[in-house]
Design a protein around this ligand. Sequence first.
Ligand code: GDP
Length: 256
Amino acid sequence: MKKKGLKGVFSNFIKKTLSEEKLESALSELNLLLISNDVAIEKSIDVINEIRSKNAKGSPYVILFLGVNGTGKTTTIAKFAHFLKKNDIISVAAAADTFRAAAIEQLAYHMEKVGIRMIKHEYKSDPASVAFDTIQHAKAKNVQVVLIDTAGRQVTNKNLLIEMQKIVRVAEPDLIVFVGDSLAGNDALNQAKEFNKHVGIDANILTKLDADAKGGAALSISYETKKPIIFVGIGQGYDDLIPFNKDFFISSILEI
Ligand code: GDP
C-alpha cells in the first residue's frame, strides 16, 4: 500500500474544524494513518510489569536516561521515581552526571523532595562506576529500580559519546530512555535520531507537553525512531508525568 504523506494529511486535521459527526471518522483515519506509517504509538511499554517481572528474578531493573542539557532530564527522573513510589516500587538514583557543575546537587535536591535515595561519587569521577555502585547498592538492599542520570550531551561530542557507551556496557540497562523537550521541535527529533543511532534507545519521554499542545514532536520522534513515547511531562510538579497513550496523543493533536 502506498503510504500517504504524513505532513499533508496531518495539517488537514489541524486546520479543519471538525464537527461532532466527522470526529469519529477523522479519529479512525488518523489512527490508520499512524499504523500504516509505522508510528510506534501502539507499541507501548508497560514499565511497571517489566519491572515486576525482572524483580521476580531477583535483580533490579536498570533505566538509563539520556538527552541534552535543559530538556528536563533531572526533573523527569524525580517525577519518574515519584511515579514508581506511588505504584509501590522503590528506586535509587545514580548521580552519573559527574561532568556538569551542580548536576549532583540538582539531582540530590529533587530526590530528597520525592524521598528517594541517591548514590554519588566525586565531581569528575567515572560515571560508569557511579552506575555500577548504584546497581550494587540496589542488589544489596533489594531496591527494585535503578535510575541513572547522565551528563547532558550532544552526540557530536565524541568523548561524551564514548563515555555513554561505557556506561551502557557497565550498567547493561534494561531500558534506555531519551528525554526530549517537545518545545525543541526539530532539534529534539534530530537528537533522538542521533542517540538512537550511536547509543540505541528503547523509548522516549517528552517533556513540556503542557506548553506544546500540538503534539507534533511526539509524532515525529516516534515515527523517526520507531520507538514508543512512554511518558510525557505536563508541568513542573512531581505529579506532572503521565503515561502516554494513543488517545491522549490523538486528542492533543486535534486539541479536543
Ligand atoms: P535538565 O538540564 O535536562 O536536567 O533539566 P531540568 O530537569 O533541570 O529542567 C529544566 C527546566 O524545565 C526546569 O525549570 C523544569 O522545571 C522544567 N521542566 C521539566 N519538565 C517540564 C514539563 O513537563 N513541563 C514544564 N512546563 N516544565 C518542565
